[in-house]
Design a protein around this ligand. Sequence first.
Ligand SMILES: NC(=O)c1ccc[n+]([C@@H]2O[C@H](COP(=O)([O-])OP(=O)(O)OC[C@H]3O[C@@H](n4cnc5c(N)ncnc54)[C@H](OP(=O)(O)O)[C@@H]3O)[C@@H](O)[C@H]2O)c1
Length: 171
Amino acid sequence: MILTHIVACSKNHVIGTQGDLPWHLPEDMKFFRDTTKGHVMIMGRKTFDSFKGKALPNRYHIVITRAPSNHTFQSSETSPVIFVNSLEEAMKKAGTLTAQWGEEVFIIGGGEIYRQSLPHANKLLVTLIQKEFEGDTYYPEIDEKVFSLTEKRDIALPIPFSFLTYLRRPV
Ligand SMILES: NC(=O)c1ccc[n+]([C@@H]2O[C@H](COP(=O)([O-])OP(=O)(O)OC[C@H]3O[C@@H](n4cnc5c(N)ncnc54)[C@H](OP(=O)(O)O)[C@@H]3O)[C@@H](O)[C@H]2O)c1
């Protein structure tokens, strides 16, 4: 299993504000949809709530919450949704799904789940927005001694941003 963070982050590390994204970047949304399609996605309960009751088609959703029994969701075969009570359980469950849903498992946020899972991540797909935003949720500092930048694609419009790929350095 390859554990990959996929995140859009501002220059000052902001990823969210008041339960939502601070920006509207259609090209980044397309990148997110294309990249995660057909895969397992692990997320925090607040990030799942930001979908406003809609699961994303053709993805397996594993939602982490301290109270899984409080949650029910009418999921379908093509977009299953399950609730688990720890990151460890989420990763264990994801490991059982790779034959059907692919070796690459995406951590899609939010701030709490990125921070807790960073020590386990093999790869980081970071959309770095080259501007400062105000917000209340942050992505952790990437330690370049631990992760090396292997790809960078710059986009100019509507605001300058870059698609970055980091891989965990071999120990
Ligand atoms: N820019 C991006 O790429 C991006 C991506 C995703 C999200 N976001 C933004 O990030 C914000 C949400 O992030 P967030 O940090 O507030 O919340 P989050 O990480 O999405 O979810 C936090 C919730 O996860 C559960 N949780 C966390 N740690 C747990 C643990 N160790 N064991 C069991 N459950 C645990 C708890 O759920 P319960 O309270 O149910 O127990 C907690 O309230 C939103 O603004 C969203 O739009 C941005």
